[in-house]
Design a protein around this ligand. Structure first.
Ligand code: ADP
Ligand code: MG
Length: 671
C-alpha cells in the first residue's frame, strides 16, 4: 500500500465507492488522506448512563443487552436496543435500519452519540450514531466521542465512511508522506510536522490540535505557491534580458507639464517605480493596479514615451476593440503632438505602416504582426486575458519589459500570492475633485420610482446606462433580464418616448461603433447593454447607471461598472436592482452604497465570498487552496517571507530546496 495506490485497490472499496469518491476528486490513497474535514462536531467525553439527562445530546458507551426489530402498525421498521454500562441501562431506537441487528448483537460493546428524549414514555437515545468498540484498533471509538471530523460528502458517501477509511489508511501511509518544510522553517514559524498535521486534522484530541494542523497545512500551501512564484520570477529575470532604457528626464517632464491636469502623488510614485525598472538594466515585469478612473493610461503613456525616446516600439494590448479604440484616442492626444506614431490592430482594423506604438486586442499576437524593435509590452485589464495569451505575448516579446494593468485592486499580500512573480505598483487615490457616485440598492417595489428618477435626469439632458447581465434568455438564469428582451421591453413599455440603443458582445464591431457614436453624440438617451461596457466607454454626459440582477456580479465588477459614470463634474448615480431579499446579498450590495474604493470592496468580497469571486467569474490564475484562507493575511505574510528566505538561502531551484528539507521523522501516532 502506498500513496499512489488507486483508491479502488484498497480493501472493501468497490466500483460503487470508487465512483462516489471520484466525485470528491479522490482517486488515490494520497487524495484520501488529504481530504480534509471542513468542520468538527464536538461530542465531548462519554458520560456514564446513570448520569444521562433527557433533552441533552450526549456521548455514552455500554454493552448491548438485547436488540430487536419491531414493525409498527403503520409499517415502520424500528430497532430497539437496551444498553448497559454497569451504572444503569438505557434504551436506544433507530428508524428504518433493520440491518443493524446483524452487526450490533447482544454482548457487543458500543459507543453511542445522540439526543435523549422520551419515546414510548421512556428516556431513549433517538437514532443515535453508533460504533462497535470491540473491533481491533477502535479502542475508545472515534465516531461517537470527542471531536468528530465532518468531511465534504457526496450523496451515498458519508463522513462516517470516509472517517473509517482514513482511520484505516492513514497509519499505513503516513510514514511515506514527505515533509515540505525544513525543521528550521518549522521552528521559525512554530509549525508542527506534516505527518503530525495529518493526524491532527483527521483525529484531533482538542480544538488546539485542529488549529495547529490547519495552520501548518495552510502555511504549506501558501509557502509552495509563493516559492513557485519566486522561482518563476527569477527565471523570467534570467531569461528575458530586456533592453535597458535611458530616461530623458527633461522630455518626460515636458510631457507631464503639457497634460491638462496635475498628476496625483500616487501617479508620481508609480511612474518613479516604473522608470526605475526600465533604467535598471533588468527586465520589468510589473503589475499596476488602480481603481477605475485612477489614471492608469497616462502612466502607461509615459512608459511608452520612454521606449519611443530610446528608439523602440511599444505594444499596448486591451481586452476589447472598444477599449483599444479608446486607448488609441487617449494615447494619440498625449503622444502624437510629440511625434510618436500610433497604429491600431484589432480583428476589424488592420492599419499598416510603421509605428512606434501599436494598440490593439489580442489580434496583436497574430503571426503577421511583427516587431522590429519591441521594448515594452503593456497589457490592460490583464485578468481578461488567458494565461496562454499572456505567455504567447511574452514569447513574441523576447527583449521587452512588461507592464500589466488591472482595475481590480486587491490587498497587497493577496496580490503577492496570486501574482507572486510580478512586482506590484498600486494607484491608491483618485484624481482630486471626483464626486462619489451616489449608489442605491433598489428593491422590486421601488423599480418604478427608479425609472422616474432616470427620466428626470434625461429631462436635465443627461444620459443613462442600463446593464443586463446576459444576452440571450436562459432558463437557468431565471431572474436575469436578457438584454435584447429588456431592450424591447424598455423601449415599448417603459420609455416609449425616449431614444434607446442596445449594445452587447455578440454585435459586430462596426455595429457597436455606430451605437456608441450615437450615444457619445447624445442621440441616444439610454444605452441598454451587457457588461461589455464594463471597460472602455467614456461618455462624461452619462450620469446614471442602472444594473439589473446586481447580485450576480462581484463587488469589484459592480464597482468597475459604476465607474462608467461620474466622469464629469456632474453628480452621478448608480442604482442596483435586485430581486433578492436575502440578507447576505443585500448586505453585500449595500457595501457599494458606503464604500467608494475598489480596494476596500475587494476586501469585503474576499471576506464574504472568497477570492474566486472578486473578479466576477472564477478566474484562471488564482491558485485554489484546499485549506488556506486568503483572508488570513498574517499567515500569508509569514509563508511568503519564509519562501523568500528559503529561496535566498539555498539559491537552488524549488524542488531541490524541498528535497533538502526532507528528513527522517519519527512516525507519529495519536495516543
Ligand atoms: P483608468 O484606466 O485607471 O481607469 P484613465 O486612465 O482612463 O483611468 O483615467 C480616467 C480619466 O481621468 C481620464 O479622463 C484621464 O484623462 C483623467 N485623469 C488621469 N489622471 C488624472 C489626474 N491626475 N487628474 C485629473 N484627471 C486625470
Ligand atoms: Mg483603463
Amino acid at each position: 500500500m502506498n500513496l499512489n495506490t488507486p483508491i479502488g485497490q484498497i480493501p472493501k472499496v468497490g466500483s460503487f465507492h470508487t465512483s462516489r469518491l471520484k466525485k470528491l476528486k479522490i482517486e488515490t490513497v494520497e487524495d484520501l488522506v488529504h481530504h480534509y474535514p471542513f468542520r468538527y462536531e464536538n461530542l465531548g467525553t462519554p458520560v456514564k448512563i446513570n448520569a444521562l439527562k433527557v433533552g441533552e445530546r450526549v456521548s455514552t458507551a455500554g454493552k448491548v443487552e438485547q436488540i430487536q426489530n419491531i414493525r409498527t402498525r403503520y409499517g415502520k421498521n424500528l430497532t430497539f436496543a437496551t444498553i448497559n454500562d454497569g451504572t444503569a441501562s438505557i434504551e436506544a431506537v433507530w428508524f428504518n435500519q433493520p440491518f443493524l441487528v446483524k452487526t450490533v448483537t447482544p454482548g457487543a460493546k458500543i459507543g453511542l452519540a445522540g439526543k435523549i428524549d422520551y419515546f414510548s414514555h421512556k428516556p431513549t437515545l433517538i437514532n443515535p450514531d453508533y460504533e462497535l468498540l470491540n473491533k481491533p484498533g477502535t479502542k475508545g471509538g472515534f465516531h461517537t466521542k470527542g471531536l468528530v471530523p465532518i468531511y465534504p460528502e457526496t450523496s451515498r458517501l458519508s463522513s462516517k465512511w470516509l472517517r473509517n477509511k482514513i482511520k484505516e489508511m492513514l497509519p499505513m501511509v503516513v510514514g511515506k508522506i514527505d515533509e515540505t518544510l525544513s525543521s528550521e522553517s518549522r521552528s521559525r514559524n512554530s509549525l508542527i510536522t506534516k505527518r503530525q498535521a495529518l493526524w491532527q486534522i483527521h483525529f484531533p484530541n482538542s480544538e488546539e490540535q485542529v488549529k495547529q494542523a490547519r495552520r501548518r497545512l495552510a502555511f504549506e500551501e501558501i509557502f509552495i505557491t509563493s516559492l513557485q512564484a519566486i522561482e518563476r520570477k527569477a527565471s523570467w529575470e534570467k531569461l528575458v534580458k530586456a533592453r535597458p532604457l535611458n530616461i530623458h528626464q527633461e522630455k518626460i517632464l515636458t510631457l507631464i507639464s503639457n497634460l491638462p491636469f496635475n498628476l496625483t502623488s500616487s501617479q508620481n510614485k508609480v511612474i518613479k517605480e516604473i522608470l526605475a525598472d526600465l533604467s535598471a538594466g533588468k527586465s520589468m515585469n510589473r503589475l499596476l493596479q488602480g481603481d477605475v478612473g485612477s489614471g492608469k493610461t497616462v502612466v502607461a503613456a509615459i512608459a511608452a514615451y520612454v521606449a519611443y525616446l530610446n528608439g523602440y516600439q511599444t505594444a499596448f494590448m486591451a481586452p476589447t476593440e472598444i477599449l483599444a479604440a479608446q486607448h488609441l484616442k487617449t494615447l494619440t492626444s498625449i503622444l502624437s503632438p510629440l511625434g510618436v506614431k500610433l497604429s491600431i490592430r484589432t480583428s476589424s482594423s488592420k492599419k499598416r505602416g510603421p509605428f512606434d506604438i501599436i494598440v490593439g486586442t489580442h489580434a496583436i499576437l497574430s503571426k503577421n504582426v511583427t516587431f522590429d524593435n519591441l521594448a515594452l509590452v503593456i497589457i490592460d485589464e490583464q485578468h481578461r486575458f488567458g494565461v496562454e495569451q499572456r505567455a504567447l505575448l511574452r514569447t513574441k516579446a523576447k527583449r521587452a519589459h512588461v507592464l500589466t494593468m488591472t482595475a481590480t485592486p486587491i490587498p497587497r499580500s493577496l496580490a503577492l500570492v496570486i501574482f507572486g512573480d510580478l512586482d506590484i505598483s498600486t494607484l491608491d487615490e483618485l484624481p482630486q475633485g471626483r464626486k462619489k457616485i451616489k449608489t442605491f440598492v433598489v428593491p422590486p417595489e421601488k423599480r418604478n420610482r427608479a425609472y422616474q428618477f432616470l427620466r428626470n435626469k434625461i429631462l436635465e439632458k443627461r444620459q443613462a446606462f442600463i446593464i443586463c447581465p446576459i444576452i440571450e434568455p436562459s432558463e437557468t438564469l431565471s431572474t436575469a433580464k436578457a438584454a435584447k428582451e429588456e431592450y424591447s421591453h424598455l423601449k415599448t413599455e417603459v420609455f416609449p418616448d425616449l431614444k434607446l440603443g442596445l449594445l452587447h458582445g455578440k454585435m459586430k464591431h462596426s455595429e457597436k461603433e455606430i451605437v456608441l457614436e450615437n450615444f457619445r453624440d447624445n442621440n441616444l438617451n439610454i444605452l441598454v447593454a451587457t457588461p461589455v461596457v464594463e471597460v472602455g466607454i467614456d461618455v462624461p454626459n452619462a450620469t446614471v447607471m442602472m444594473i439589473e440582477a446586481a447580485e450576480r456580479f462581484g463587488l469589484a465588477s459592480l464597482h468597475q461598472l459604476r465607474g462608467r459614470v461620474g466622469r464629469s463634474d456632474q453628480q452621478a448615480y448608480c442604482l442596483l436592482f435586485t430581486e433578492s431579499s436575502t440578507e447576505n446579498v443585500i448586505e453585500r450590495l449595500s457595501s457599494l452604497e458606503k464604500h467608494h474604493l475598489g480596494l476596500k470592496l475587494a476586501k469585503i468580497d474576499l471576506k464574504m465570498r472568497g477570492p474566486g469571486h472578486i473578479f466576477g467569474t472564477a478566474q484562471s490564475g488564482i491558485p485554489s487552496f484546499k485549506i488556506a484562507e486568503l483572508t488570513d493575511l498574517p499567515l500569508i505574510n509569514a509563508a511568503r517571507n519564509e519562501a523568500n528566505l528559503v529561496f535566498n538561502q539555498q539559491k537552488v531551484n524549488f524542488t531541490k530546496s524541498l528535497r533538502k528539507g526532507l528528513e527522517k521523522q519519527p512516525l507519529v501516532t495519536p495516543d
